[in-house]
Write a protein that binds this ligand. Structure first.
Ligand code: P6P
Length: 332
């Protein structure tokens, strides 16, 4: 077998553990690794498992139909993380309120267990997104809401799993970004994308253009700019929108590009959730040399007020984020 580095070896060899911890990060990441293997197995046979497919009949706090696989993924991650005893609380897209897990735990997790779930039964890539913080309240006490309402700049680690043509885990602990591809034969994640960097320039923009006329003038001007024929500036750009944030983000991370979900007349704060969609991917984007903005400022500097609050979101190649920020600044 060629010389491969597994995720487990990588954490031990290459990643400093959290400051002052004794292997807690590796235990936490191994919980995420285990749960993602289990979810990946179900996602890969979702088409066959009628008992999994289809809405669970409940609605989550977003008022979205909960797909059974959403609920299943949420359960698997919560179970695996709880077993490691290092987490005091979890907030999840699938749970209206946060979950108190273990008072002795030092960390909190914000997660979207299965993002893009509307794509589950049409066989399009979906993903898990997670973000890890140190708790603010004292160890030994019950986790509080304030433990979760920390700015993205306080993240210790963040990552995503993409369940696509292959299953990949991409994460950062603030020392760059590394991608691991799951090898089902060996049952391990192997380092396949060391030290990922997003191209500074890009030609791909990812937006639901059905929202064009519901977006601000500055956003509309950017889209028209992107579509203009101008060979000198490599335009028109290419529109690529999968409708699954993790899949669009991952492609743009590798090829260069901009994902945008702006505020619209029907969603004045945008659609994406700050804690478990915007901030974790922003941490990865910045660590890979990219940028993540509300359109008017660094998204990781927002002081959250609510667990499920939304934010306008522009993330990807630095030059493209700068360009749309210019258009937005000029709309005033
Ligand atoms: P729309 C999925 O629900 C999600 O949160 C992201 O994965 C995706 O990019 C976006 O919403 C799709 O939203 O309004 O274009 O269907």
């Amino acid at each position: 077998m060629t010389d491969v580095t597994t995720l487990g070896e990588f954490i031990i060899e290459k990643q400093m553990d959290f400051p002052g911890s004794s292997g807690e990060f590796s235990r936490l990441l191994s919980a995420i690794r285990l749960a993602s293997k289990i979810v990946s197995q179900q996602v890969n046979k979702a088409g066959l498992l009628s008992n999994i497919l289809g809405a669970a009949g409940n609605e989550n706090i977003q008022g979205e139909q909960q797909q059974k696989l959403d609920v299943y993924a949420n359960d698997q991650f919560i179970k695996a993380i709880t077993k490691r005893k290092v987490v005091c609380g979890i907030t999840s897209e699938e749970n209206d309120d946060f979950l108190a897990i273990n008072n002795e735990g030092s960390y909190i997790i914000a997660m979207d267990p299965l993002d893009g779930s509307s794509n589950i039964d049409v066989n399009v890539s979906i993903g898990t997104i997670f973000s890890i913080y140190k708790r603010i309240s004292p160890v030994g006490t019950t986790v509080t809401k304030e433990d979760f309402l920390q700015p993205g700049t306080a993240q210790l680690a963040a990552g995503y799993v993409i369940y696509g043509s292959s299953t990949m885990l991409v994460y950062t602990t603030g020392n760059g970004v590394n991608g691991f591809t799951y090898d089902p034969g060996m049952g391990v994640f192997v380092l396949s994308h060391p030290d990922m960097k997003i191209p500074q320039k890009g030609k791909i923009y990812s937006m639901n253009e059905g929202n064009f006329y519901k977006s601000s003038k500055g956003v509309q001007e950017f889209i028209k700019y992107a579509q203009k024929i101008d060979p000198d500036t490599d335009r028109p750009y290419t529109g690529r929108y999968i409708g699954s944030l993790v899949a669009d983000f991952h492609r743009n991370l590798i090829k260069g590009g901009l994902y945008l979900y702006p505020a619209t007349t029907s969603s004045p704060n945008g659609k994406l959730r700050l804690l478990y969609e915007c901030n974790p991917l922003a941490f990865i984007a910045e660590q890979a040399g990219g940028k993540a903005s509300t359109g008017r400022g660094r998204i990781m500097e927002i002081m959250p007020k609510e667990l499920h609050q939304r934010a306008p979101y522009f993330v990807g190649s630095e030059d493209m984020v700068n360009k749309i920020e210019e258009f937005i600044a000029n709309e005033d």
